[in-house]
Write a protein of this length. Structure first.
Length: 610
């Protein structure tokens, strides 16, 4: 499990090292890693490395944003090459072999040299961080396309899909020459949609509604992108707008180009392309259109528009504005009676690092627990059940033993995976503990930490040397609700118990019912299901009433509830409920539908049980 400190920029929180270290120390005896979404590389030091490191070292993400110092100054990133190198080097020295980096292209004032500077920066970092005998530092790089946002100095900036594409191509070519680099580029269509919506006016509401009607939604998901982009394109066209509608109407998006002339592409007939014109900035030129009203001007964020204009000018001159938390106020307008004042609280001292989690591998007591899976919990997968027990044990503060190695995991072992959707009143799970715990106390604590739909029936102590339930498992008893399918509704005459009985007897009498199975290695083999079959019977009405509600619920809908016992071994030889249905189909020469499966018992071999 992991403990994530979630915020947009948690490194800005000055007390992060102190708070992070305190959390890390408190979780010292738990198998929980601490992670942060992304952090300021200039604040990454040994303390943060200790907080994030350990056996379950999480991934590390830094966001230098731009590839050259000049660009980082334009966007006022406040990060020098030296700081970037120091942070990445510290990460490498502290054991990270892979670092995620986040960059943007299409920033105001960006030239091709700045774009290629991203590749240059990665190459330089790799070279500077190379250590003899150590694996080369590798990078996962995300390149996103800058889309300006309202209420920022770049709210006037124009972006261009074709420029994004050209720069992506340039960078892709350059990346090919770098080993140990995995790059991920944001789809330009996503950026076009983001930009269109990001700086829209009232006319946008019709487009948004129409795009949604046409199937847009979850647009950032790669599998939704084609559909979303087509929906947006159609919705924009139907509204009589174009992808660059604001630019076409007022031209203001080009005002920080190297020319103050209105955009020559206004008459372009490619207006339906997601194309906002842009050009590289040679020299910042103030433009009277900066004073034109913007559709979000009526929203007061506290920041003065005049200040944004001045800040844009400063940005284009690559003048760094210091962080007002520490140095000088540039009078942006936020501080005052409405929003209060910028107050910096000095962080608490960083506690002493008490070391990483050391898994306790001692095994003193083994407990075998019988549990059920009912109601909504039937929809929880096997893997999630494993996690559920892990969390429950931790919540209940039970002294669970751990495996060793690089990825220590709690010694909790579920005897056999139950198919998704099946209910059960007979599952088994083994626990190994570092201390002896009273059985009743163990059960009580575990029940309190588990959902009510995972009932605990009993707990037994087994010898520390005994074989696990996984190894001892031999057979399983199931109740299945089955329905006989008919060719047409008119044939749907109720089947008599005697008819079911006949089919059951045929299955029981059969010596060979083969099923073709493909092994993991792709080999096709014929499996005789009769070898895995032990018992089959029709459950009478009286017996049905004693069944758990999960299967009883299907009594009316199904035509029969059958009980069977089949092989259930973890070496792959098991008789699944669908296979019993297959056996019935082979004998009765008709089709059946399996409505529900309930596992009522697991049988362990008595050999090895102490
Ligand atoms: S101190 Fe307040 S007014 Fe001054 S720049 Fe910072 S946020 Fe703006």
């Amino acid at each position: 499990s992991s403990f994530l400190l979630l915020s947009l920029s948690c490194s800005d929180y000055l007390a992060l090292p102190a708070v992070g270290m305190e959390i890390k120390n408190r979780l010292k005896d738990e198998n929980i890693s601490l992670s942060l979404p992304s952090q300021r590389v200039d604040r990454f030091d040994e303390n943060i490395a200790n907080i994030l490191g350990g056996n379950r070292q999480g991934s590390l993400t830094f966001a230098p944003e731009a590839g050259t110092q000049r660009m980082r100054d334009i966007i006022n990133k406040g990060l020098t090459n030296e700081e970037l190198l120091r942070g990445v080097k510290t990460a490498h020295e502290q054991g990270w072999d892979k670092v995620k980096l986040y960059f943007m292209i299409g920033l105001p004032g960006e030239t091709d040299i700045d774009v290629l500077g991203i590749a240059e920066t990665i190459r330089w970092l790799q070279q500077e961080c190379s250590t003899p005998g150590r694996r080369k530092l590798s990078f996962n790089v995300t390149i996103s396309n800058f889309t300006p946002k309202p209420h920022t100095p770049f709210q006037w900036h124009s972006v261009s899909t074709s420029e994004f594409e050209r720069k992506q191509k340039l960078l892709r070519q350059e990346f090919r020459t770098i080993r140990g680099l995995k790059a991920n580029f944001t789809d330009v269509r996503l950026s076009a949609m983001e930009d269109f919506v990001g700086r829209g006016d009232r006319r946008l509401s019709v487009v948004i509604r129409r795009a949604w009607e046409l199937g847009a939604g979850m647009d950032a998901w790669w599998e939704s992108l084609d559909r979303a982009f087509a929906a947006w394109t159609q919705a924009i066209a139907e509204s009589g707008l174009t992808w660059k509608y604001r630019q076409v109407e007022s031209g203001e998006w080009n005002l920080i180009e190297g020319t103050s002339q209105p955009n020559s592409s206004l008459n372009s007939n490619s207006a339906n392309q997601p194309e906002n014109s842009s050009a590289l900035i040679e020299k910042p030129i103030p433009h009277p259109s900066l004073d034109a009203p913007l559709s979000w001007d009526h929203i007061d964020t506290g920041i003065d528009k005049q200040w944004l204009k001045a800040d844009l000018q400063r940005a284009l001159e690559a003048a760094v504005v210091p962080d007002c938390s520490f140095e000088g106020c540039s009078h942006c307008g936020v501080c005052g009676a409405d929003f209060g004042h910028n107050v910096v609280i000095q962080p608490l001292p960083i506690p002493q690092f008490e070391g990483h989690f050391k898994p306790n591998q001692e095994r003193v007591q083994r407990l075998r627990v019988w549990f059920g899976k009912q109601g909504d919990m039937t929809l929880v997968s096997h893997l999630d059940m494993v996690r559920l027990f892990d969390r429950a044990v931790r919540r209940a503060a039970l002294p669970i033993a751990f495996t060793g190695g690089f990825h220590p995991s709690p010694r909790i072992s579920i005897a056999n995976a139950l198919s998704l959707g099946a209910s059960s009143s007979g599952e088994i799970v083994d626990f190994e503990l570092t201390k002896t715990v009273d059985l009743a106390e163990f059960q009580e604590k575990l029940v309190a930490a588990l959902p009510a739909d995972v009932p605990i029936y009993r707990v037994e102590a087994i010898a520390p040397t005994a074989a696990s339930a996984t190894k001892l498992l031999e057979r399983a008893e199931y109740y299945i609700a089955v329905h006989a399918l008919t060719d047409s509704p008119s044939d749907a005459t109720p089947l008599l118990a005697a008819q079911w009985q006949d089919w059951i007897e045929m299955v029981k009498g059969a010596k060979e019912i083969y099923l073709e199975q493909t092994t993991k290695s792709g080999k096709v083999k014929q499996v005789n299901l009769c070898d895995r079959f032990f018992e089959l019977s029709l459950v009478g009405d009286a017996e049905c009433q004693n069944l758990p509600s999960d299967i009883l619920h299907y009594q009316a809908e199904s035509q029969a509830i059958l009980r069977y016992v089949g092989s259930c071994r973890n070496d792959g030889s098991l008789l699944r409920p669908e296979q019993i249905v297959f056996m019935l189909e082979q004998m009765a020469q008709r089709q059946f539908q399996l409505l529900h499966t309930h596992r009522s018992q697991l049988f362990l071999s008595s050999v090895g049980v102490e």
